[in-house]
Design a protein around this ligand. Sequence first.
Ligand SMILES: [Zn+2]
Length: 524
Amino acid sequence: MTEATLFDDGRVFTGLRYADSFVVEDGRVVAVGTAEEARRATPAGADRRPLHGRLVLPGLIDAHVHLPDLTEAREGLDLGRVASLPDLVDALRAWARDHPDGPLVGRGWDPERSSDRRWPSRHDLDGVVADRPLIVLQASGHAGIGNSAALDGAGVVRGTADPAGGRFGRESDGTPDGRAFERALATLVEPLDALTSVDPRALARTLRACAALGLTTLGAMCVRPDEAAAYREMDRGPALPVRVRAYLHYRFWREGYRPPADPTSGTGRFAIVGVKAFTDGALGPRTAWLSAPYSDDPGNSGMAVASAGELAEVAASVSADGLNPAFHAIGDRAVATALEALDRPRRELPTPPRIEHASLTPPEVWPALERVRPVLVVQPGFVWSDHWLASRLGADRARWAYAFRTLGGRGLVLAGSSDAPYDPVDPWRGIRAAVHRVDLARRSANPSPNEALSYERAVQLYTANGGVAVGVPGLGTLEVGAPGDVLVTAATSIEEAVESGAATVRETWVAGRPVASGADGQTV
Ligand SMILES: [Zn+2]
């Protein structure tokens, strides 16, 4: 007994082209074309879903999210709205009062949004809580500040040297002042990981919220072993509403963790498919690795977290086990280094390796990009969020930041993502930023109209190209053979859907079955 649905009489963007109707049978698209063609291919007894001219898209793919961090940002201490240092201290105090036990971690704090742009010191945080660790993460997640208990718990004292690929802020006598960048931040945060575990029920709430936005596949980055176990367990029950394609944090690979022999599970909606390692930091805290110094910090060219040789070894070792390397690289020097690493011998896999972010890609890196041809997993929302970029890089350099049309025009595959919680998880915001480049306040990291994408191209970043990025053939399209992941909108055109944003989501289907529905995107 097959289960089939005819989506009839609509306007279907397959991710590659337009059609009128399509049929999903046993979880896969079996026909797409005119209404007549689809009707002829429809098995007897199929359900009919009349679309009345409405637009249907493939389910959206966010190729790069951090799901436990997003869950923490949704349900934990979110500092994204604090506007000054006194505000920050008040928010921390209120949270500490309501959460009297265990370590405290606040996320999303952005000094660029703060009136005084001041970073708190260890002493400011000691004034909030002194008897347990407190860490405030800067919005990028690549820098943060710990109180004295956090430093003590990590064994960081006056004589502690900076780790390779990291740096502690210091007081004038060399005592760590609480600030920590890149690998130094990992030194503070990793002892807390051992004290906290992933909550599968909270993760499931996050996944359902993603489905309600029209997302049907998530590229889960920096995955921990207990997190992978949680997805696998969820996929044995009804709780995994969307596909999760996991990229392990390299740290766990280095420590000897290996995925189970069968890395998929249950319905096959979950799989471990890659390992993510870091080349550099981020533009916000000026740790992205540049080929020339920051325009607003002339002694600083950012931070190398790994060399090309180290990354080449990572690529060789993970690909030997059938997993895909995914290298974080934001600055132009980091992108060149990641490309150099991927240009060395390793086992070729069915899907191309990934570079995460690839934020700054001046003409000098194009030849290596065109030779290696990685999938570039970009964050169009950063075009709006990093509106201060020209002050960091100068306008001439910023011209080659988030240069989506240039890169696509050179035949490279760009996949869209949010990097949530470091930018909002809403895929519609990213699609609009890729189309418009400037936000409602006319701000942009790189306003060049030459980099603006059409509505269809922008949606492709989050559909067909996302499928390539997470390594599932046909995923992100509604072509024959593709998984039946479907987004029914309330709109009659792609322009109307994108401009309406999440409000346009009527129904989200995964593998031929609805997982979220209704004007308010309630999960079913
Ligand atoms: Zn990320």
